[in-house]
Design a binder for this molecule. Structure first.
Ligand code: VG1
Ligand code: CO
Length: 584
């Protein structure tokens, strides 16, 4: 058994190690600077305090992007030196973000041990590779992202750090092979690294939530066809195991399901712009596909917590998706058979979920952007299903959004709606389900405009301008009417502020809102996940409850509100951009 010693290494603070919406994300060349990653990891250990680290088990894994292997070895050595007893690593560094959450909550080690937290190595939907992004975040013992109190403390520590602890002589661990390697030394006397199968715990959890036998019958039905695009992210590992091995889908229904360190040079972000191959296959491309598109298609982001749901030639907005899942969950998904505890959405997500919550008399919560705010609600038993407009959907089975779970939820709804039709009749389609939902609850037209990597100064000025404007609504309404007289009046404008109903913590400046008399909304935010410049997000929403008006093209229906948003914000003036980078 190799013996190791603890070294104290002197270091100096780096600027800008403040975790954003979901961890610290920077270019690989920034992370690869001497002591950069080490400073952040030690600052995290110090923020958690020895009590949560010494003798404990930590999970370290991620989406397998470029620099993950180097980072894992660094974190293993630092964990040993800081008195961690055990590090659990998914084979080949791979664990999806929801799988990490599942491993923390569910996995039991050989000696009965459970993990008390995790470092997740991912920059999620941001591109990977030597010139692209790497990222790291810490998740707590409930399986959810560290709350703001902890991330603030981590950041504070990064500004004063003077030294970190590491075990320089600990040999690198082979993380390509399943098995346990033991060492002796360090504050705990012994230390071990266990490499385990990336899918086992997660697959077992999914099988306890969904009726796999029923879904299998849908996938076997000749009239049904299926397509899944992992965009070269970690979702591919789970897709093979679940959709092909467990549910019997054809291997050819999987696109880009072998994880790559650079995601094949693409942007692993499941939306209509970046999931090009899937969009084309589903008949939503600019040119026609050969043959008939599949009935159902879905995609994931790099770390597999996001999902995009498509029907044949049909796009389901994420805001509609969570509402439809909530409306059908009790009947379609065994895990929810006893009823929903409540539902929640992020503030910029459309109010489609609110309408369902009201109709079904469910507890409802509106939280700031970012999954960390849902965790407290779930731990307190207030919320079962939640979602974000940014292609994030999930439930209280873990404390992260879950891309594969969302696909299984949709397959369960399709299975329910088609339970008497598997003998060759025409099937109820994804589009039928969505249109039926609109007919029952009304439709929330919704779009998001992203202006990526704009000048940070200009973006700040734009936001300041929008806040200033809020003090004079008659001036705002003059501008609105000047752009388009058919648009309703703005009745309220503010910056969203959230008080956590469980612990009372307050989060301010969570997005600038303009609320219209007819229920329409404009929301403006700066992204907290980018690594360069600033990204301005504009969220545009309009509710229509008149059944003769629910079938319009969404971009066309929203055009007047979009024009108002661009004029109010002076978008072109402040950012120099005449068009957004991405429209979803
Ligand atoms: C974006 C999304 C937000 C999501 C976050 C993390 O944040 O808007 O809804 O929770 O990404 O998702 P921002 O601050 O850039 O708007 V992931 O899949 O990148 O962990
Ligand atoms: Co993600």
């Amino acid at each position: 058994m190799a013996i190791f010693k603890v070294s104290r290494i002197s270091t100096k603070p780096y600027d800008g190690q403040k975790p954003g919406t979901s961890g610290l994300r920077k270019k690989v060349k920034v992370f690869a600077q001497p002591h950069y990653l080490e400073n952040f990891v030690q600052s995290t250990f110090n923020a958690l305090t020895a009590e949560k680290i010494k003798g404990k088990t930590l999970v370290v894994s991620g989406d397998g992007r470029y620099y993950s292997e180097e980072a894992i070895q660094i974190i293993i050595k630092m964990s040993a030196a800081n008195g961690v007893k055990r590090v659990w690593v998914g084979q080949n560094t791979l664990l999806s973000t929801p799988a990490v959450s599942a491993v923390i909550r569910e996995r039991v080690g050989k000696d009965g041990s459970k993990a008390s937290g995790a470092f997740i190595l991912t920059a999620s939907h941001n591109p990977g590779g030597p010139t692209e992004d790497f990222g790291i975040k810490y998740n707590m013992e409930n399986g959810g992202p560290a709350p703001e109190g902890v991330t603030d403390k981590i950041y504070e520590n990064t500004t004063t750090i003077k030294e970190y602890l590491t075990a320089e002589d600990l040999p690198d661990v082979d993380i390509s092979k399943i098995g346990t390697t033991s060492f002796s030394g360090g504050p705990d006397g012994e230390f071990e690294v266990e490499v385990f199968d990336s899918t086992d715990t997660y697959v077992k959890l999914m099988k306890s939530i969904f009726d796999f036998e029923a879904i299998k019958k849908l996938l076997a039905c000749p009239k049904f066809s299926f397509c899944y695009d992992a965009l070269h992210g970690v979702a591919g590992v789970y897709a093979k195991r679940i959709f092909v091995e467990e549910l019997g889908a054809n291997e050819s229904s999987l696109l880009n399901c072998t994880p790559k360190k650079d995601f094949g040079g693409g942007h692993p972000d499941p939306n209509l712009t970046y999931a090009k191959e899937l969009v084309q296959r589903m008949g939503l491309g600019k040119t026609d596909t050969e043959g008939e598109p599949p009935e159902f298609g879905a995609a994931a982001d790099g770390d597999a917590d996001r999902n995009m749901i498509l029907g044949k030639r049909f796009f389901v907005t994420p805001s509609d998706s969570v509402a439809i899942i909530a409306a059908n969950a009790v009947e379609a998904i065994p895990y929810f058979a006893g009823g929903l505890k409540g539902v929640a959405r992020s503030m910029p997500t459309s109010a489609a979920l609110d309408v369902v919550a009201k109709a079904l008399n469910l507890k409802f919560f509106e939280v700031p952007t970012g999954w960390k705010f849902f965790g407290n609600l779930m731990d307190a038993g207030f919320c079962s299903v939640c979602g974000e407009e940014s292609f994030g959907t999930g439930s209280d089975h873990v404390r992260e959004k879950d891309g594969i779970w969302a696909v299984l939820a949709w397959l369960s709804i399709l299975t329910l709606k088609n339970k008497d039709k598997l003998n060759g009749e025409n099937l109820v389609t994804v589009e039928d389900i969505v249109r039926q939902h609109w007919a029952t609850y009304g439709r929330h037209y919704y779009t998001r405009y992203d202006y990526e990597n704009v000048d940070a100064g200009g973006a700040k000025e734009l936001m300041a301008h929008l806040v200033n404007l809020q003090s004079d609504l008659s001036e705002v309404n003059k501008i609105v009417k000047g752009v388009n007289s058919t648009v309703a009046n703005v009745k309220d404008a503010d910056e969203f502020e959230y008080t956590d109903p469980v612990d009372g913590s307050v989060s301010k400046h969570q997005g600038i809102r303009y609320l219209f008399e007819d229920g329409s909304r404009l929301v403006f935010r700066l992204s907290g996940t980018g690594s360069e410049g600033a990204t301005v997000r504009v969220y545009i929403e309009q509710y229509v409850n008149d059944s003769s008006k629910i079938s319009r093209d969404s971009q066309e229906a929203l055009k007047p509100l979009v024009d108002v948003a661009l004029k109010l914000s002076k978008m072109q003036e402040f950012t120099g951009r005449s068009d957004p980078t991405v429209i979803t």
